[in-house]
Design a protein around this ligand. Structure first.
Ligand code: UT7
Length: 331
């Protein structure tokens, strides 16, 4: 076993669309504001559970990889909007694709989930223990979005991406750089609200450490703080992953960033000194789909035939936690 390869990719976008014009009917906003501040024009909204979207993306990835689900050793789900607290989305998806020999693990690394999962897949595969890993990233952000809050509701969309990562006899380059700045947990979160029980006195406000100000389960984001964080760590993570891989940023065919905001990507380009056309973007069509955003892009790049064997690609994510990281891999 010499390395790892992305053997197949898949994605699924639910059919229902919500355009900027649709949002103008529910909150005080405009197409001009949304496009100029974020680059988003529309997003998909799911009327189905997260695991079902995951199954569709996973089946597409398995078909592209040309392996049966029974050959999967590990299923990693990165969803932060799972249908159940337990069982994990990975178990639900494994059941429905019949991944009968797979161990199932859910990872919660927010929008960086796919990048974290890629690195976990690499570790399991290079240990020689496993041969095929499915990473599946289905997200239903509409579940935790407050549609009365114009500063967040226009940003998010639903969808799923997946990839089959396999052990390879070929020596392919791969390196990753992962970090978490856990001092930033309050900048971006969606909390559970205790339902109470007969044995417990009411929890004291200070035991929530400030999070109690948001006494609902909707996503809270301090947009400005996340923006500053993202523009700092996106170029940093790409540079560090390239350094670990022994390649120059200029050698990358594509950089696939987490699709949150086109302005973050433009600023990162300036800091990295690379042209915008090196960045693969689809935020205009899908909005921010959290951990699904990167694998949906990887699947588009693959299906559009934009990569040749040997091309180098970087994926880079940032999100709640605050997690961030990048991975560089050879196609
Ligand atoms: O995956 C998680 C990662 N998340 C992100 O990457 C998000 C990072 N943050 C951002 O992308 C930006 O901070 C936002 C796009 C969320 C906001 O852009 P901004 O330039 O930071 O806007 P702002 O929050 O400073 O708001 C500017 C103005 C405010 O009005 P006033 O106070 O200046 O009168 C807002 O109330 O824009 C107003 N505003 C809106 N106006 C029309 C906020 N949301 C909207 C809206 N439509 N949807």
């Amino acid at each position: 076993m010499e390395g790892i390869c992305i053997r197949g990719t898949g994605s699924y976008l639910p059919p229902k669309l919500a355009t900027n014009e649709d949002f103008m009917k529910i909150v005080d906003t405009s197409d001009e504001w949304i496009v100029s501040r974020t680059g988003i024009k529309q997003r998909h909204i799911a009327c189905e559970p997260v695991w079902q979207m995951g199954v569709k993306a996973a089946k597409a990835a398995l078909e592209d990889a040309r392996i049966p689900a029974s050959e999967l050793d590990l299923v990693l789900s990165t969803s932060v909007t799972s249908d159940f607290s337990t069982p994990g989305a990975s178990c639900m998806i494994a059941q429905h694709i019949e991944a009968v020999n797979a161990v199932c693990i859910d990872i919660n690394a927010a929008c960086t989930g796919f990048v974290y999962a890629l690195d976990m897949a690499r570790m399991y595969l290079t240990s020689g223990e496993y041969r095929n890993v499915l990473i599946v990233s289905p997200e239903k952000l509409s579940r935790i979005t407050d549609y009365t809050d114009r500063s967040t509701c226009v940003l998010f969309g639903d969808g799923a991406g997946a990839a089959v990562i396999s052990a390879s006899e070929e020596k392919k380059r791969f390196a990753s750089y992962l970090r978490t700045d856990a001092t930033g947990t309050k900048v971006l979160f969606a909390r559970h609200v205790d339902k109470g029980n007969p044995f417990q006195e009411k929890q004291k406000a200070n035991e929530f450490d400030g999070f109690e100000e948001h006494d609902n389960e909707y996503l809270y984001m301090n947009g400005k703080e996340v923006y500053k964080f993202a523009t700092r760590v996106l170029p940093l993570a790409v540079e560090e992953a390239c350094k670990k891989c022994g390649v120059a940023v200029e050698e990358l065919k594509y950089i696939i960033p987490h699709q949150a905001n086109i302005r973050i990507v433009k600023t990162a380009c300036e800091r990295l000194g690379v042209p915008m056309d090196k960045m693969y973007l689809n935020v205009e069509r899908f909005g921010n789909t959290s951990s699904a955003s990167i694998p949906i892009c990887v699947d588009e790049v693959n299906r559009r035939g934009l990569l040749q064997r040997g091309d180098l690609v970087a994926v880079v994510g940032f999100g709640a936690g605050l997690t961030y990281g990048a991975a560089v891999f050879e196609w």
